[in-house]
Design a protein. Structure first.
Length: 282
């Protein structure tokens, strides 16, 4: 006699949940990142958590600017900038302007696994071991520092297209938050000039730049305007050519003195028809 068979599913192991996610754990020994549950389970935007996890997985010295993050993610500048702002507000990210030994000012970004941490002290140039340092026999010869290269003169507002500058400065009349500095206006003016050359009217450019703006800006207004001006519109199609037929002048009929149109004076159409129907003279 054959063994009885059943289509019922196998009984789950004791302790296994009957609904929800069931984790299949794999012990990783390399190429993994530790993230706190407070960050991974943070309520809010999924983009913010994704950006935080990506930054946490990068080695020290990696570029985490908005442009660098936009090259990795499919989200645009506005969402990436908003995610960085949320992380900075929550204490996971800190951006500091520090002076390098060369005198240049750079922005350093610190990312904390737990909010409220402190960045390590800025390390100076490495010093050689004491055993390898020999007493100097003579005074060291110091070479004069090279003269700094002349910096290029930044573009001025007077060099920008005045039509584009007029469009940019008039944006604050529509939205009082759209206040631009001189440097920002100079940087945005070429994009506005390309829109004007493509046939977009100034009023239409103003409408496109000020429509559906967020209630709260998490970045400078110039960045939002630059994001909207990035895609240059196609030039407007040429107006259709309408062929006009020549209009014949008016003449007075020699027979009935009625006005009619014809290339030359003579009889109107009715008089010509009557003349064709009359019998020929005997």
């Amino acid at each position: 006699m054959a063994d009885p068979q059943s289509n019922a599913p196998l009984r789950a192991d004791a302790g296994t949940p009957t609904s929800g996610v069931i984790h299949v754990r794999t012990r990783l020994t390399a190429d993994f990142t530790v993230i706190s549950n407070a960050l991974a389970q943070r309520r809010g935007s999924a983009v913010t958590i994704g950006v935080a996890a990506y930054i946490a997985s990068l080695p020290d010295g990696s570029r985490v600017s908005i442009a660098a993050l936009c090259e990795h993610f499919t989200e645009g500048e506005i969402l990436i900038s908003r995610a960085l702002g949320e992380l900075e507000t929550a204490g996971y990210l800190e951006r500091r302007r520090e002076r390098l030994p060369t005198g240049q000012i750079r922005t350093r970004t610190y990312f904390y696994d737990v909010p409220g941490g402190h960045p390590p002290p800025q390390a100076g140039p490495p010093k050689p071991p004491a055993a390898d340092v020999a007493p100097p026999l003579a005074a060291p010869i110091t070479e004069p520092a090279p003269a700094p290269a002349p910096s290029e003169e930044p573009p001025r507002l007077s060099d920008a297209d005045p039509r584009a500058v007029t469009v940019l400065t008039s944006l604050r009349r529509v939205d009082s938050r759209l206040v631009l500095s001189e440097r920002e206006a100079v940087r945005l003016a070429p994009a506005v000039t390309r829109w004007l050359a493509a046939g977009v009217a100034p009023a239409q450019i103003t409408a496109l730049l000020t429509a559906r703006l967020p209630d709260r800006f998490l970045t400078r207004p110039a960045r939002i305007l630059a994001f909207r001006l990035r895609e240059t519109p196609l030039p407007a199609p040429p107006p259709p050519i309408i062929e006009r037929t020549a209009v014949l002048p008016f003449h007075t009929c020699d027979g009935c003195e009625r006005a009619f149109r014809a290339p030359e004076p003579g009889h109107c159409r009715d008089c010509r028809r009557r003349g064709a129907l009359l019998p020929a003279a005997a």
